[in-house]
Design a protein around this ligand. Structure first.
Ligand code: NAP
Length: 304
């Protein structure tokens, strides 16, 4: 093994395990494909409907990735591209139509939406049983109550990553101190709830949190979802910590970076997820999981 390129050799704890989200997502998709095949034996084919409003290039890429994943696992997908001039009433009418359509098990309206459409109104209109993004207040409430429901794909995918890593390394969130950076309903907030439900002791950090470095330094598990490039310096990370980087930032040279300074943090961490190739692929695979679970649950079928 070559020497680490860090000036602080005292901090060196061995190169961290790379939490390979691409490989883990392939495992999760294979598991989902088996369940989709089991549903098909019972004359059920899960169906996902996706609405994309406007022509945001990043959203177009995300939606294409989701449709491709559907094809791979055998989920029927309906993709509707609507012009940026679509009114809120028109979008809500489309959601109503999908809510009423028995062939649709999951509804996803890609965010962000154009400014004249209130995302909250759209989220609230989706049938909670088809809310595969897990953003509906009912599903967030179930999560807060520690009851089963549909959970947002990014945090649910991260929990799966931790469970795969934990299974191989005898690690569990139970009893650990976790720092979650970010409190959005898409990532930070549901992540903190999931980890609390998994018996971790969780500190949720946000833009008003004093001494962020101190909160990270005391954490055995760090989930970085602040949306700020390289916010977390390698020296902040506790030796032996598990670090999950949710952030995605495009660099001027076209490459991607995360919220964590990966090169420095991996010298101290026990395990760390890269950007790209970490949380991103797991988020899409988890969407397939949610859609398949929604299809089974709506028909009273147990997949275990
Ligand atoms: P968001 O809605 O903008 O929320 C960011 C959160 O981070 C907010 O709660 C904010 O605090 C907090 N924050 C901002 N600056 C901070 C700082 N300096 N210290 C501590 N907390 C800080 O973003 P999001 O949707 O949760 O996404 C976060 C990041 O993850 C983005 O880079 C996004 O692109 C990425 N993402 C990746 C995936 C994936 O699949 N890989 C999925 C979703 C999101 P306040 O609440 O006080 O404003």
């Amino acid at each position: 093994m070559s020497k680490p390129a860090d000036t602080d050799l005292a901090a060196y704890s061995g190169f961290a395990t790379n939490l390979d989200g691409k490989a883990m997502a392939a495992l999760l998709r294979a598991e989902v494909a088996k369940d989709v095949a089991a549903l098909q034996l019972r004359q059920t084919k899960p169906g996902l409907a996706v609405a994309l409003v406007g022509d945001d290039p990043a959203s177009q890429v995300y939606v294409k990735g989701k449709v491709r994943a559907c094809q791979e696992v055998g989920i029927a997908s309906t993709m509707l591209t609507l012009p940026a001039t679509t009114t809120q009433a028109e979008l809500l009418a489309q959601v109503d139509a999908w809510n009423a359509d028995p062939a649709i098990d999951g509804i996803l309206v890609q965010l962000p939406l154009p400014g004249h459409i209130a995302a909250r109104a759209v989220i609230d209109r989706i049938d909670p049983a088809k809310d595969v993004d897990g953003f509906h207040p009912l599903n967030l409430g179930l999560l807060a109550a520690g009851r089963p429901g549909l959970v947002a794909c990014t945090p649910a995918g991260i929990l799966k990553m931790l469970s795969i890593y934990g299974g191989a390394h005898g690690w569990t969130p139970a009893g650990k101190r976790a720092a979650v950076l970010g409190r959005s309903i898409t990532v930070g907030r549901p992540m903190a709830l999931l980890l609390t439900n998994a018996d971790a002791t969780v500190t949720t950090c946000h833009s008003r949190t004093p001494d962020l470095a101190g909160r990270v330094a005391e954490a055995d598990l760090v989930i970085a979802a602040a949306g700020s490039r390289h916010l977390i310096q390698g020296g902040w990370v506790k030796r032996g910590a598990v670090v999950i980087d949710v952030g995605i930032h495009r660099n001027p040279d076209g490459t991607l970076s995360g919220d964590v300074d990966y090169a420095a943090a991996r010298l101290r961490a026990a395990a760390i997820s890269p950007v790209p190739g970490g949380v991103g692929p797991m988020t899409i695979a988890q969407l397939m999981r949610n859609c398949t679970d929604a299809a089974a649950r709506r028909r009273g079928i147990s997949l275990v």
